[in-house]
Design a binder for this molecule. Structure first.
Ligand SMILES: Cc1cc2nc3c(=O)[nH]c(=O)nc-3n(C[C@H](O)[C@H](O)[C@H](O)COP(=O)(O)O)c2cc1C
Length: 369
């Protein structure tokens, strides 16, 4: 049996050995944006998960663009240096390639870590003022952001460009723009959070204008062939919000600007709306976007079993599957999926004795050193 999940794929010029991607996951363990030994351990673990690509958590392009005080940022030399050291280490010890998600939290910045409540920071928790397309809070527990003026847009666009340059210098091999979950760029595209009357609001075309300017500026400094993609919330799951049809237009516009791939997520524009929790809940929209735009499409959202992931790729519904929580639960998810699907996956030499195919008929005892 040949596994579709374990077949190679090219993302722009980046060759990946299989279709498994580890989705970005905030660890809330950085110090002023600088990743810590926790990240070395966490990312080192994921480097040997069997996934061909690991995406490092949403990293703020400016200090006020972080979600929490513990979020990583990619706006300082200290952070760039720390990422460079960690990524070099992970590539040395592991089998995966590494990308990074760069973003700006916008009106959802200045939040507490999830295990400290996850809501807007209180006056005694060192909050900071937030920005957004319009002065509309993401929920009752956050203050309204300040509506951005053109100077803010120029600063944030330049911050994305600088973050991309830092990511390239730090040794990342893929960059993903965070345009999902109600954070700044998604909040421009969504009619729920963008009520501007100027050229950056109104119709979908107007609402896409600032994110497209960011993409264009970032693409200009990211070499052709280097994979640049975006994670989007393809639906707001709300009446009057973004729909799959809107997202087809949105993705086509980004593809025309040189976007190489898209990762389909959903929801997050307000604190009130809950994203559905059925297995593969983003799959129908991912399938629509892949079919109608022809872009390389990654899907995320309650993909937990090997058979489920295999079927998604084998049936052509998406090109890559991204997993988050399932891999925190089982950091060798890809190894176990390979075993179940009769495929093989690269493991570090130190762990080869646990590979089922290396020692046919061998027992652990036979291989005792
Ligand atoms: C601990 C944790 C941190 C997350 N951080 C991010 C993030 O930095 N960026 C992002 O786009 N999504 C983030 N997510 C969402 C996941 O990437 C993923 O889209 C979501 O968990 C659904 O996938 P799953 O069902 O495989 O967990 C996070 C999820 C978890 C559980």
């Amino acid at each position: 049996m040949t596994s579709a999940l374990f077949s190679p794929i090219k993302l722009a010029d980046l060759e990946l050995s299989n279709r498994i991607v580890i989705a970005p996951m905030c660890q809330y363990s950085a110090d002023d944006g600088v990743p810590s030994p926790w990240h070395t351990t966490h990312l080192g673990m994921l480097a040997n998960s069997g996934a061909s690509l690991v995406i490092v958590e949403a990293s703020g392009v400016e200090r006020v663009g972080r979600i929490t005080h513990g979020c990583t940022g990619i706006y300082s030399d200290a952070s760039e240096d720390a990422f460079r050291t960690i990524i070099a280490h992970c590539k040395r010890i592991g089998t995966a390639r590494f990308g990074i998600q760069i973003g700006h939290a916008g009106r959802k910045a200045s939040s507490a870590r999830p295990w400290e409540g996850g809501l807007g920071l209180k006056p005694n928790e060192d909050p900071w003022p937030t920005i957004g397309p319009s002065a509309i809070a993401p929920g009752a527990a956050w203050p309204a952001p300040r509506a951005m003026d053109e100077a803010d847009m120029t600063r944030v666009r330049d911050a994305f460009v600088n973050a991309a340059k830092r990511a390239l210098r730090a040794g990342f091999e893929e960059i993903e723009l965070h345009m999902a979950h109600g954070y700044l760029l998604h909040s421009f595209v969504s009619p729920i959070s963008n009520k501007r009357n100027d050229a950056y609001g109104g119709s979908l075309e107007g609402r896409m204008k600032f994110p497209l300017e960011v993409l264009r500026a970032v693409r200009a400094v990211v070499p052709k062939g280097f994979p640049l993609g975006a994670r989007i919330s393809a639906t707001d799951w709300m009446d009057g919000g973004l729909t799959g049809d809107d997202s087809v237009i949105w993705v086509k516009a980004m593809k025309a600007e040189g976007l190489d791939f898209v990762c389909i997520s959903s929801g997050g524009v307000t604190a009130e709306v809950r994203t559905p929790v059925a297995p593969g809940y983003n799959l129908p929209i991912a399938e629509q976007i892949k079919r109608e735009t022809g872009i390389v499409t990654r899907v995320v959202g309650l993909i937990a079993t090997a058979k489920q992931a295999e079927a998604i790729v084998a049936e052509g519904k998406a090109d890559q599957v991204a997993l988050a929580r399932a891999v925190l639960d089982d950091p060798h998810w890809g190894w176990h999926a390979a075993k179940e699907l009769g495929a093989d996956v690269k493991r570090p030499n130190q762990y080869l004795r646990a590979a089922p195919k290396l020692w046919p008929g061998a027992s652990y005892r036979d291989n005792a050193a």
